[in-house]
Design a protein around this ligand. Sequence first.
Ligand code: SF4
Length: 442
Amino acid sequence: MVLSPPTWSDPAAQARATHGEQIAPIEGVPGQVEIRRENGQREVFCGLTSIVWLHRRMPDAFFLVVGSRTCAHLVQSAAGVMIFAEPRFGTAILGERDLAGLADANEELDRLVGDLLERRPEIRTLFLVGSCPSEVIKLDLAKAAERLTHRHRGRVRVLNYSGSGIETTFTQGEDQALMALLPLMPASDEGQLLIVGTLADAVEDRFMALFARMGLPVVRSLPPRRSTELPPVGKGTRVLLAQPFLSATARALVHRGAQLIEAPYPFGVEGSAAWMAAAAAAFSIPAETVAAVLDPLVERGKRALAPHRERLAGKRLFLLPDSQMEIPLARFLSRECGMELVEVGVPYLDRQLMATELALLPPGTTICEGQDVERQLERVRSERPDLVVCGLGLANPLEAEGIATKWSIELVFSPIHGCDQAGDLAELFARPLSRRGLLTFG
Ligand code: SF4
């Protein structure tokens, strides 16, 4: 099934604009879920964090964070922990400059980019990534990108986007980076399936092979592995979102003529099979061809899930808002692993991109959009769930209080998409429970 062009306004702004707490039925899903909205202090990484997986995806791109020492520490420590490679990001520290010093700041940025390009001739796309400090906000990075593209024409393309914590949560950084690439995508009405959202290379290869076996003619990805080989977009493009946090990119692709394929996200056996089947249906692939490819995968996936389901079934789960992947994960953990959902937090709720997922949640599920961290922690303490999925900053204090936690950021870095990965995905949630069991009874 194909969605009509979306009409939602900026969901993050929508989330920020809501006040206090209220319960409301969700449009189009009567009585299925309850939505609670909160607006208070948030505990979420900023969009700079997404550089960690984006630079791995596009090795010929470089991410230059224009920010403070705090930004440098965040990116370097996140990347230092998560990857073992020569970094393809840097930080231009432009603190302590006032408006009067802007000319100097621009000069300094130009000099830094010149030095960088001389040292790193392999860079084909350079992203200037904005951040929160007021000195950076005063800089016009779009103009700087234009100026630098002109200066280094034929050598590198310079783009810009914001990873600022004021505007983005950590997965929204990818949405912003893709939005920066979008104007460079050529126009073409050629029929194609466009998978949108970063996947681990091995997982993507597997999906490509499966779609080829189903007979899909042309399948491409955004972001591509080479930053300069951008896929085209136009009326023949059917967009299949691999990640649930790409609202702005999805809207912009539809604006360029593409159609969104309505499907759950490819987490777990059920979600992944439905995701692939929806793509095949958009290209009128016969049901028996799809079944011949998917049935063995589904069977194998269910077998791999079974031992983890035994560990997880009946356990109470509380998801705090962080990665924007909470709703699809809650659907997987409740339907396929038998977990009981206490509360599902989400940084913002994009009703259109989540419609299929919401319809699959157990009746009465409580969704909390936005965050007031102290109130959420109070509810965690009074509910005493068996497992809390949360950001790094909240995990340690909760563990110290005897509550098992799972870091949501790990889910963005792990290859968890597809029927083949369902067992591994369930194991990521079973492991903290087993560890706590050992600590308690060992
Ligand atoms: Fe930099 Fe702002 Fe992110 Fe802090 S929240 S690391 S200041 S962009």
